[in-house]
Design a protein around this ligand. Structure first.
Ligand code: ZN
Length: 112
């Protein structure tokens, strides 16, 4: 299966950001644990490298709403949830990102 970006869920992962495991969210009997590093696509990698956390959160929120409309979140709610999740991720990051294998031409064209 093609890896997808852990921030925006798009294919075309270019970097892996090592991180400690952490609890991403808790509630209603659900505990979501983030295990290991987070993969990032080229766009998210650029936002992280630029320190644009707000831009990263906004991008993730818009793709989350597009991919999972059944969650019934407003954009504001999605931004709030992801801002908290990303803050935890950045608090648990370990060192610099590792480059992922460059996608093949066939993989790169498999979009949409
Ligand atoms: Zn991404």
């Amino acid at each position: 299966m093609e890896p997808i970006c852990d921030f925006c869920s798009e294919p075309g992962v270019v970097s892996m950001y090592p991180a400690h495991n952490f609890i991403g969210y808790q509630g209603e009997g659900i505990v979501g644990e983030s295990v290991g590093g987070w993969a990032a696509c080229r766009t998210c990698h650029g936002l992280i490298a630029a320190g644009d956390r707000a831009g990263l959160t906004a991008r993730s929120a818009s793709t989350l709403l597009a991919n999972q409309p059944e969650m019934g979140l407003t954009l504001g709610e999605a931004v709030a949830v992801l801002a908290e999740l990303h803050a935890k991720f950045f608090a648990h990051r370990i060192g610099p990102p590792a480059a992922m294998p460059v996608p093949t031409a066939a993989t790169a064209s498999h979009r949409g």
